[in-house]
Design a protein around this ligand. Structure first.
Ligand code: ARG
Length: 606
């Protein structure tokens, strides 16, 4: 379907044309003055100079042409030359009927779907997830879902940090604790045990211990670096240990991410591309892009138009070791080879802005990607505590993701059970769902690049711009619909106008059930629904989940306003009632789809 704004713009464009002006002046936009009108058109002002005419005269002439319009119920020319507009109830109704009957409400699908890889999450293996991992997971997951909904083919890649010093540290510490294990016996020829010599809990303790020791003890650190080096050069026992570390941590990561309803299609990591590095480096050298500078191998990525400093991209350190850069570049090469994506999106802390700029330029310059391959970095801001400083535990430490989620679940549980009687099991399940909405909406409702304050009290509130408020609204609609269909009236209802019931024989909403708005609040709700397509389009184009939040907040408010003014279930006029029920169903469906794009779901009651 066309976007509603485009549809009504067409009507305006025809009017400009009919009045003797260029059609493209008739662009309609949302009103700046919602108190006066629903939409506006500033084309008369834009055309004044070209036609050497006072804008108000043009506006008047255009308004004249729209007297009989089926699209605009009110067209007012106001000085100096604005056209203030209201649309007819019937054009809205027709549009919503079209939405009801169509897949994804008639959202236009791309003619050529893109293949998109989203690189997000990026946890380092063997360290437990902490609050710092929340944003990349939440934002990346939502962007992934939005791209998919917009009709593209999308792969989410976790891109684990699984090849660095942390592995050497763990190996070193294990060796100190259990020197007798076969992994440390260089002469060992047999098969290694299938079972890992540690559990995830132990692993969670081994890493921080080793990391702390290495900071105090230079010899220990040297040992860990040596172990890392050996691992990377293929030492058999270390590789076997590495596999154990991977298996144990990936299982733990999967559990953690799935608690957040975050799912990856590709569980790849830095280790996966190590073998590709020599070849890539070779090509960069042969192509004349990479050269030696102070012993290191670098590629210049500076451009003439740069106003800020743009250091060269270091490909290999002077000791020949690969870096974070090298791995990211090799990963780009690997992705191009295996998946031929049109676009790659990276979701990381915005402090990596410059880093990704370097990587992208280097990938382009050295021909790792095609000229038309889009590379996009979405840098997010810091999640701060109430004091405005990065979020910490009460003791000032880095909070594990699990404790954070636990804390919010408990707070939600307390709120949910406060005034409601339900079984403990049910309360737990519901509070888990609502808590996730609190965390995700709290994060996603801010523009990603901005810092925000993680405020549990505000996020878990049932009022205001919060996840629980949105869920509360959905649950309210579900409950009205439940009651309506329980009453039996909804099943096979015929209204006086003919044979229109809310549902078709297959149980889906019958678009014909929707009626024209009867009241301003109903019209306002319907108008919100017409904005869906434009909103999804810009959320996709700008990779901006906050646009969905802003939209569903408006939609929920419009619904609640309508609900408070309308007696739906006791309404005797069945035509009206059927229309409202249909409107409720559409509103519910749109809200439910939108929260799915944000990465959470709604309970049946709360
Ligand atoms: N593992 C990295 C870290 O913990 C983040 C990875 C981000 N993604 C990437 N392709 N560089 O800092």
């Amino acid at each position: 379907m066309k976007k509603f704004l485009d549809l009504i713009s067409e009507e305006m464009q025809s009017a400009f044309e009919a009045a003797g002006y260029q059609a493209d002046l008739g662009k309609v936009t949302l009103s700046n003055r919602p108190d006066l009108c629903e939409y506006q058109c500033n084309g008369a002002m834009a055309g004044a100079r070209q036609y050497r005419k006072a804008p108000i005269m043009i506006a008047n002439e255009v308004a004249e042409k729209l007297k009989e319009s089926m699209v605009f119920s009110e067209v007012t020319a106001v000085p100096p030359g604005f056209l203030n507009l209201k649309v007819t109830e019937s054009v809205i109704k027709d549009y919503l009927q079209g939405m009801c009957g169509a897949e994804k409400y008639g959202l236009q699908m791309p003619e050529q779907p893109k293949k998109i890889i989203i690189d997000y999450g990026g946890p380092n293996v063997a360290k437990s997830l902490h609050v710092g991992h929340l944003r990349p997971a939440i934002i990346g997951e939502s962007i992934k879902r939005i791209c998919r909904y917009a009709g593209h083919e999308v792969l989410g890649d976790i891109h684990m940090g699984d090849w660095g010093l942390q592995m050497g540290l763990i190996i070193t510490e294990l060796k100190k604790r259990h020197p007798e294990l076969p992994y440390f016996d260089e002469n060992y020829q047999g098969e290694y045990p299938v079972e890992a010599p540690f559990t995830i809990t132990e692993l969670g303790e081994i890493y921080p211990t080793a990391s702390a020791k290495s900071k105090e003890d230079a010899a220990y650190k040297a040992e860990a670096m040596e172990a890392t080096h050996k691992l990377q050069n293929g030492e058999r026992g270390y590789r076997a240990l590495w596999k154990h570390i991977m298996n144990v941590s990936v299982e733990d990561l999967k559990r953690n991410y799935s608690n957040l309803e975050v799912e990856f299609d590709l569980w790849k990591g830095e280790s996966d591309v190590q073998d590709l590095i020599p070849n890539m480096v070779d090509k960069m050298k042969k192509g004349g892009y990479a050269y030696e500078s102070d012993g290191a191998l670098v590629v210049d990525v500076k451009e003439e138009t740069d106003t800020k400093e743009m250091p060269p991209c270091i490909i290999l350190k002077s000791d020949g070791a690969a870096l974070y850069n090298t791995t990211d570049l090799a990963t780009i090469m690997d992705r191009m080879d295996k998946y031929q994506p049109n676009k790659m999106i990276y979701v990381t802390d915005k402090r990596q802005n410059l880093y990704f700029e370097q990587i992208f330029r280097c990938a382009r310059k050295t021909g790792l990607v095609k000229p038309e391959t889009e590379l996009l970095h979405i840098g997010f801001g810091t999640m701060n505590g109430k004091g405005g400083k990065p979020f910490k535990t009460r003791e000032g430490g880095v909070m594990s993701l699990e404790s954070l989620i636990c804390e919010i679940n408990e707070e939600m549980y307390r709120k949910i059970t406060e005034n409601r009687a339900m079984s403990e099991e049910e309360a737990k399940e519901i509070s888990g769902i609502v808590a996730l909405s609190a965390v995700k909406y709290g994060d996603l409702s801010n523009q990603a690049s901005k810092d925000y304050i993680f405020d549990i009290d505000r996020f878990t509130s049932f009022e205001g711009d919060t996840g629980p408020y949105i869920l509360y609204t959905i649950v309210r609609i579900k409950s009205i619909l439940h009651k309506y269909f329980e009453q039996g009236t909804g099943q096979k209802d015929t209204d006086t106008a003919g044979c229109v019931s809310v549902l078709k024989d297959d149980g889906t909403l019958d678009p014909a059930a929707l009626k024209t708005a009867q009241s301003p609040s109903e019209k306002a709700l319907m108008l919100e629904l017409t904005r869906f397509h434009a909103m999804i389009e810009s959320a996709y184009e700008e990779a901006a989940p906050h646009k969905i939040c802003a939209y569903i907040y408006d939609l929920a408010n419009a619904f609640n306003h309508f609900y408070h003014e309308t007696k739906i279930l006791t309404q005797e006029d069945k035509v009206k009632q059927t229309g409202w029920i249909a409107l409720l169903m559409l509103t519910r469906d749109v809200l439910v789809d939108c929260i799915d794009l944000l990465g959470f779901s709604s309970p049946e009651k709360m």
